[in-house]
Design a protein around this ligand. Structure first.
Ligand SMILES: C[S@@+](CC[C@H](N)C(=O)[O-])C[C@H]1O[C@@H](n2cnc3c(N)ncnc32)[C@H](O)[C@@H]1O
Length: 219
């Protein structure tokens, strides 16, 4: 039976691609994903392969929907986990698919990999993504979580809300400059780098776009 899978492929290293993800890709007639995701499945892709970019996103999803309607199995690759700042939201919002037809194969999120690297138990942590949108509402939720003393794991926005911008924003609203911060760049990849710093110091530092910012507090 044809399947419409949105597959989490982990934060980057092939070590974090699950056997379930590999099986679903092997069985797909059409595989769609960013180049860095497709590179994780060199031997498994048997069917049609489409490199997903910001420019061809809608066209590619349309092709996925049409292929599925024709009875083909489709694999949409999403970095990390599809449910956190991933393709699941985009697919559900596109209006091209019936939600009941979608099957999600979970993956290891960059947030999870980062929490594991830093030995953070994230039961009480707050998660934020600013990757696609930086709204006033989200900023307010962030400041409120900081004021409540929560540990925060967040995806910055490389164009408008970088770690530097976030630190400036929080300091302007009276957050302690000495608050511990970790910036986890390229987590699980060969060029992985974890910087232990403070909110005050982040204001003067630049980081790569593939990063998770952790604001470490007591809870
Ligand atoms: C479109 S979001 C995808 C998030 C993904 N669904 C997840 O669960 O990790 C892309 C953002 O995730 C973060 N990210 C993804 N992979 C990463 C990695 N290996 N190291 C650090 N951050 C990563 C970066 O903030 C990047 O801009």
């Amino acid at each position: 039976m044809a399947k419409l899978n949105i597959i989490g492929v982990g934060p980057g290293s092939a070590d974090y691609v699950t056997p379930a993800a590999r099986k679903a890709v092997t069985q797909a007639d059409v595989v769609i994903g960013a180049q860095r995701s497709l590179d994780l499945f060199t031997s498994e892709v048997k069917g049609e392969k489409i490199v997903l970019t910001a420019k061809n996103l809608y066209e590619s999803l349309k092709h996925a929907a049409e292929s599925f309607k024709k009875g083909k199995s489709v694999a949409l690759l999403s970095t990390g986990d599809p449910g956190f700042s991933g393709l699941l939201h985009t697919v559900l919002e596109s209006g091209l698919f019936n939600a009941s037809e979608i099957h999600v194969v979970p993956g290891v999120s960059s947030i999870q990999a980062c929490a594991a690297h830093l030995n953070i138990s994230w039961d009480n942590a707050r998660l934020f993504t600013f990757h696609d949108e930086v709204s006033d509402e989200q900023r307010e939720k962030l400041i409120s979580a900081v004021k409540c003393g929560r540990t925060i794991l967040l995806l910055p926005n490389s164009r408008g809300f970088t770690p530097k911008d976030i630190a400036s924003f929080l300091i302007e609203l009276d957050t302690d400059k000495e608050t511990p911060v970790y910036i986890c760049e390229n987590i699980t990849l060969e060029n992985e780098k974890v910087t232990a710093t403070t909110l005050g110091k982040v204001v003067g530092q630049g980081f790569g776009s593939l990063c998770v910012m952790v604001i470490k507090q007591a809870n």
